[in-house]
Design a protein around this ligand. Structure first.
Ligand SMILES: [Zn+2]
Ligand SMILES: [Zn+2]
Ligand SMILES: [Zn+2]
Length: 162
């Protein structure tokens, strides 16, 4: 996803994984699934692969279009179900403000995810937020918080240097 007409390094800020790195990440996902009695079926694996290969967040329809690039095309529900699975296991996150998906860069267990989003090249950097102060204020106000979303917009280091 390229957002800025003048950005010349849409692929450079956050290159996707390929080759051994990509195989390693997919292998780690398979091990994690096996350890938790879940199955990384072929469609789930393919959608995760597409996310890992991408340099920027991917919309579901991008994934549906790319899915069949090597082999059989996917029906949209197949891709949506695969995304639900990947989100549930913490392999992927949905960035609400973009309605797009990224692979988890921290991975492993359940965690809160927050994102730094570059408005120029479209890169999204995941970080683990510390919401201690917000949760304390919410508790003081009597709220039981279910979720907090933090998506910060701006420019990545590469785009600031442009
Ligand atoms: Zn840029
Ligand atoms: Zn994550
Ligand atoms: Zn950027």
């Amino acid at each position: 996803m390229h957002m800025g007409a003048d950005c010349h390094h849409a692929d450079g800020a956050h290159p996707g994984l390929k080759g051994p790195e990509l195989r390693h990440a997919l292998g780690a996902a398979e091990l994690h699934c096996a350890a938790t009695q879940e199955r990384l079926t072929a469609p789930r694996r393919r959608v995760l692969e597409l996310l890992l290969e991408s340099h920027a967040p991917q919309k579901a329809y991008d994934l549906i279009a790319a899915f069949g690039a090597q082999g059989a095309p996917a029906k949209p529900p197949t891709v949506y179900r695969a995304l639900e699975f990947l989100e549930r296991l913490g392999f992927a996150h949905r960035i609400e403000s973009l309605n797009a998906y990224v692979p988890c860069r921290i991975h492993g267990n359940e965690h809160r995810a927050a994102f730094l989003i570059c408005d120029c090249c479209g890169a999204a950097e995941e970080f683990e937020p510390d919401f201690t102060a917000q949760l304390a204020s919410a508790a003081t106000a009597g709220y039981a918080v279910q979720s907090i979303t933090l998506e910060a917009r701006g420019r990545c280091p590469a785009c600031q240097a442009e």
